[in-house]
Design a binder for this molecule. Structure first.
Ligand code: FMN
Length: 418
């Protein structure tokens, strides 16, 4: 049942099985520090009853962001703001875990025209991403050390756990995938080599935070791309993670090129997964056979029954929810008290219409624009919650697209001149 506590391998107990999955906030100031917006947003969410709130991407290197507006933690200069964020969250009753991340090639040109990746395979999306530089050995040593250092500072600031982002086509996921990793050294080629960086990053983080601090890893069940990181490879990596002393494995899937993790809604998924609503659940079932650590599945959970069934059947230990939190910040309380049986996230309505824009799925660039519009719509809700306002379900998806593109542009320019 979703209301049951869960004790993690590090000995730490979380109070129930509902976790808010990471959603990038875009609320940092021009120095990439956390703001009062983070405090308001997370205090609101924390009063909603989730066991854990996982932050959006917190970047380990100021040069490489997923988006201008990301918080960066690479030294102690923003410690006071991080402490205020953790303190505000703890006024409610949820824990705060930081998702720590490096975007690799998924770093927009506005932030850096030459991102860093496993190899020089460029992300081709509306010309928004530069050709990456393959990371040198020194770069890799630096990245490993940065993940540890960022985790150490976040623990010092009062965060209750960290999550290493190794999914959705970000740097660690780029190393895992044969499409983006063409290296010939000990970080490329065999799966063992491609997983080397992830395992070294986990070891660095564990060393930095000690034995009793929760560490989660977010991993793709698959990239859902021909020739990419596959389901079989995922199972092997999970087996290695069993030895890596992690406390919670979050299962997701897809990359910027294949946005599997943002499927529209349960109604639009295949019949087989519709039965169990959450689209990665069938993969998670296999992962659970291998995983010795608790597993969290995120993506598509929308009914109380679906969540409780998935836990009872031991297909997952924890339910990850993201988009519904933008509209109903207190949904864990409502689910646990059984006042709410069905969550609505509006995703299925968020399609740029025909006529003016053309059919939503007519071309790759149209799909990319549509995805940006959807992301912008959720960003708008997050920004409202961060100002202490209620969400606005009526917000236009076209407006969301323009607002998101222009806000990210303005933020990127501001930080360049900061
Ligand atoms: C606005 C938005 C921002 C997101 N940002 C992140 C992020 O920073 N890190 C991450 O791992 N996933 C991110 N995701 C993906 C979610 O964590 C989650 O995997 C996805 O939304 C599917 O879950 P859901 O169906 O409950 O929304 C984001 C999703 C949305 C909608």
């Amino acid at each position: 049942m979703i209301s049951q506590p869960l004790t993690l391998p590090c000995g730490h107990t979380i109070k129930n099985r509902l976790i808010k999955a990471a959603m990038t906030e875009g609320l940092a100031d021009k120095r990439d520090d956390a703001t009062i917006g983070h405090q308001t947003l997370y205090k609101t969410w924390s009063e909603g009853g989730a066991a854990v709130l996982i932050t959006g991407n917190i970047m380990v290197d100021r040069r490489y962001l997923e988006r201008a507006g990301n918080v960066v933690v690479e030294d102690e200069s923003g410690l006071a703001q991080l402490k205020a964020w953790a303190k505000a969250t703890h006024q409610g009753n949820s824990e705060l875990w930081a998702q720590i991340s490096h975007p690799g090639r998924q770093c927009p040109r506005l932030v850096n025209t030459q991102p860093l990746s496993a190899s020089d395979v460029q992300l081709n999306m509306i010309a928004n991403f530069g050709k990456p530089k393959p990371a040198s050995r020194e770069d890799l040593q630096d990245i490993i050390q940065r993940f540890g250092n960022t985790a150490r500072i976040l623990k010092q600031a009062g965060f209750d756990g960290v999550q290493i982002h190794s999914a959705h086509g970000y740097l660690l996921s780029q190393f895992l995938s044969p499409i983006t990793n063409k290296r010939q050294d000990e970080y490329g080629g065999s799966l063992e080599n491609r997983a080397h960086l992830l395992l070294q990053v986990i070891a660095s983080v564990r060393q930095a935070v000690g034995d009793d601090f929760p560490i989660s890893v977010k991993l793709n069940s698959s990239d859902f791309q021909k020739g990419g990181f596959s389901e079989e490879e995922c199972l092997q990596v999970v087996d290695w993670l069993n030895e890596a002393r992690i406390d919670l494995l979050e299962i997701s899937g897809g990359t910027y090129e294949q946005l599997e993790f943002l499927q529209q809604s349960a109604e639009e998924t295949r019949a087989s997964s519709l039965k169990r609503e959450a689209y990665f659940l069938s993969y998670a079932e296999k992962i659970k056979q291998v995983a010795k650590m608790p597993v969290m599945v995120t993506g598509g959970f929308r009914t109380l029954q679906g969540m409780n069934d998935a836990i009872s059947a031991q297909h997952t230990d924890v339910i990850g929810l993201a988009r519904p939190f933008c509209l109903a910040p207190d949904l864990p309380k409502q689910l646990i008290s059984q006042d709410l049986a069905l969550l609505d996230d509006q995703a299925k309505h968020l399609v740029l219409g025909k006529g003016y824009w053309g059919p939503a799925s007519s071309s790759k660039s149209m799909q990319a624009l549509n995805n940006q519009a959807q992301a912008g719509w959720y960003y708008h809700q997050i920004e409202r919650l961060a100002k202490g306002q209620n969400s606005n379900e009526k917000y236009s998806v076209r407006k969301a697209l323009f607002a998101h593109l222009s806000n990210d542009f303005k933020r990127a320019i501001k930080r360049k001149f900061a």
